[in-house]
Write a protein that binds this ligand. Structure first.
Ligand code: HEM
Ligand code: HEM
Length: 232
């Protein structure tokens, strides 16, 4: 493992160590919030607030690990294409995306919450659309699109940011609560899919020093050039 390989491991490691344990807690508290409200099960009145507080951390963690993955890919894949001008612009978008997340976390008025959530999502999408970031397919009519780890991540980020932005409305209005449940039932499924497509990608991406040999293979026909004869 070279230092570059370790950088590529950062994102999967944080997903396993940070995001999925948080998801478990958020899901457990979500079910308790509902049991307490609908089935009148005796549970502490704090479960709802704790669900939303940890939910906010979950959303921030998802954005953070995506930004790490995308930044690592852009910085290490083809460094020769990173001119100072382009690097500066990309760093500016990265800083803006993080600033939008912080601002979303802090703002109270609905219009600001909606705007900062959209800005943050746009930042993640903008960075993700850079040519270095490989995606299975960009066409929703193509089955490969629905197996894409990248597009799953983008969809998930949108749903998480939507929940954070609409927190006061979910708390106050039953309609928003229902919308939140439907949106996040979908999010839970996407989390499941990311947990499968991520390890799949990890298996497919070779270590940096193996890349020239592995990328010489024909991926469509699943054949590789014969190994070079051993030196006498
Ligand atoms: C996978 C992620 C999530 C799932 C499956 C989920 C699911 C749920 C469920 C089932 C409820 C209870 C609804 C009811 O009472 O009928 C709920 C409530 C709520 N959720 Fe989430 N949620 C998720 C993430 C989030 C996030 C990221 C936030 C953002 C802060 C959030 C904010 C809230 C709020 C404010 C409530 C109302 C709490 C209360 O009644 O005190 N949720 N959620
Ligand atoms: C919440 C769950 C996750 C989300 C939202 C997510 C999202 C993303 C995004 C947006 C990218 C950048 C685009 C790309 O290069 O494909 C990416 C890359 C990647 N993800 Fe994930 N991911 C998640 C979980 C995982 C898990 C559990 C693994 C493996 C155990 C994983 C492995 C990878 C790998 C190998 C890459 C390639 C780039 C790199 O490693 O830095 N991901 N992910």
């Amino acid at each position: 493992m070279t230092p570059t390989d370790w950088l590529w491991v950062l994102h999967p490691a944080l997903a396993v160590l940070l995001v999925y344990p948080l998801l478990g807690m958020v899901l457990r508290l979500a079910s308790q919030t509902r049991q307490r409200r609908v089935e009148k099960v005796k549970l502490p009145p704090t479960v709802g607030a704790e669900h939303a507080d940890l939910g906010r951390w979950l959303a921030a963690a998802v954005v953070a690990i995506e930004l790490i993955a995308i930044a690592v890919v852009i910085a290490t894949k083809t460094p020769s294409e990173l001119t100072p001008g382009r690097s500066g612009l990309l760093l500016l978008v990265l800083a803006g995306t993080v600033a939008a997340l912080v601002a979303l976390w802090r703002s109270r008025e609905a219009i600001y919450r909606a705007s900062f959530a959209l800005l943050c999502w746009a930042g993640v999408i903008g960075l993700g659309m850079q040519p270095e970031v490989w995606r299975l397919s960009d066409n929703p009519l193509d089955p490969a699109f629905w197996q894409s780890h990248f597009w799953g991540g983008i969809g998930l980020t949108g749903l998480m940011l939507f929940s954070v932005a609409a927190r006061p409305e979910i708390l106050r209005h039953l309609r928003w609560r229902r919308l939140h449940i439907s949106a996040n039932a979908l999010a839970a499924l996407i989390f499941l899919a990311q947990g499968i497509s991520g390890p799949r990608d990890l298996l497919e991406i070779p270590l940096s020093w193996q890349k020239p040999a592995v990328y010489a293979c024909d991926f469509a026909n699943k054949v590789c050039p014969p190994p070079a004869p051993a030196q006498p």
